[in-house]
Design a protein around this ligand. Structure first.
Ligand code: NAD
Ligand code: 89Y
Length: 343
């Protein structure tokens, strides 16, 4: 297999995981990195032994010599950098949140489509081992047709020390974390027709909302609740686990704290350990997320080789991003939002 050459832009907090994962992925490796902060460029370049280093993305693309770009910057630069990749006809991965607004996200998808390049959003939570296990249980018809779900992420983990910008934005939990939970809801119960949301800010030290409760009407008739909080202190801190409850015509699925998968149907109840692997470079409690970074990056390479669409392509992610925007609109207006009309 020919090794694909990648360039990574944005050498910050999360990019360390992506760099480790690229070392493990079969069929690709990183040959150049870029960050406008010389200190971050040096830290990541030295840690991963990358000699080609750039302070400016234009200069990186001008030199070329890579088959894809992995954009790991924060959201402000995503549109600018994805459109730069499209102009240079370089396939692109873009971190979540894909864009600042749905109209930016649509423009980014359009730019890549017109350039004829694959675009994948690094929406990795659906690739977590426990989430994949829930998907497989549904696919095996373990509970018949699901009619109700709950996708819950409630924590008091200090995410602000590693990612200080999360405390500073007008928007916080839906844009940063709820975006993953909404994507999981879509992945498990399908696309969403309409949505109603309520938000709160509990932590006085941050600007945006840190609690959101979202009611989803799925196109297949199922109803679900996505509830997320970074203001929930529990006896056992669950970060970064998404807990799932699904009720179906023939039984129930519960993904419980500590990575237990409980399936109840006419045959009785089975409980399985669906813990993620602790990869050699990973650390608890982040290992669940870290393993999914490896999985989504391997998927990027595998689908490029097959010439097939990525699970979280830009086009797919518009449907998740619309839920984020709809949730903010719904919370602001106190109204139910027609999601289909936004796409
Ligand atoms: P960060 O601020 O630590 O790192 C971003 C880096 O990008 C910085 O070093 C900055 O100098 C650089 N940068 C910004 N704009 C640039 C530009 N135009 N050109 C070159 N370099 C530029 O941020 P982070 O915490 O690493 O987050 C990065 C992204 O990853 C965010 O969008 C965040 O939401 C996402 N993230 C995803 C997950 C996940 O599980 N998928 C987890 C954490 C963070
Ligand atoms: O930025 C967030 C993400 O994508 O996963 C967890 C996180 O790091 C903090 O909420």
């Amino acid at each position: 297999m020919t090794e694909l050459k990648g360039a990574l832009i944005g050498c910050g907090f999360f990019a360390i995981n992506q760099m480790h994962a690229w070392n493990d992925v079969r069929g690709a490796g990183i040959v150049a990195i870029c960050d406008r902060d010389p200190e971050r460029l040096k830290i990541v370049g030295d840690q991963f032994g990358i000699d080609r280093r750039y302070g400016d993305a234009e200069a990186l693309f001008a030199d070329g010599g890579f088959d894809f770009v992995d954009i790991a910057t924060t959201v402000e630069s995503h549109r600018f950098l994805v459109e730069m990749a499209a102009r240079n006809k370089v396939p692109a991965i873009c971190q979540k949140p894909f864009a600042k607004t749905l109209s930016d996200a649509k423009a980014m998808v359009e730019a890549c489509r017109n350039a004829g390049i694959p675009l994948m959003v690094h929406e990795n939570f659906r690739w977590q081992t426990p989430i994949q296990a829930v998907r497989k249980a549904l696919d095996s018809n373990a509970i018949g047709t699901p009619f109700w779900g709950r996708f819950s992420f409630r924590s008091a983990y200090d995410v602000f020390s590693g990612q200080p910008y999360l405390a500073e934005g007008e928007r916080f939990i839906i844009e940063d974390l709820g975006i993953h939970t909404l994507d999981i809801a879509r992945y498990i119960l399908g696309d969403v027709r309409s949505l109603t949301a309520r938000t709160k800010r509990v932590n006085p030290g941050i600007k945006g909302e840190d609690v959101a409760t979202i009611l989803l009407d799925h196109e297949n008739g199922a109803t679900s609740v996505v509830d997320v909080s970074y203001a929930t202190r529990l006896s056992r801190e669950p970060f970064p686990e998404t807990l799932i409850e699904l009720d179906g015509s023939e039984g129930t699925i519960r993904l419980t704290q500590g990575y237990g998968l409980e399936i109840t149907n006419a045959k009785g109840t089975t409980t399985t350990d669906v813990s993620p692997k602790l990869l050699p470079w990973a650390s608890r409690p982040w290992h669940n997320i870290q393993e999914s970074v490896y999985a989504i990056q391997q998927h990027w390479v595998d689908q490029l080789e097959r010439g097939a669409e990525h699970s979280t392509s830009g086009a797919d992610n518009l449907k998740t991003f619309a839920l984020v925007e709809a949730a903010y609109d719904s919370a602001a207006e106190g109204q139910t939002i027609d999601v289909g009309a936004m796409l």
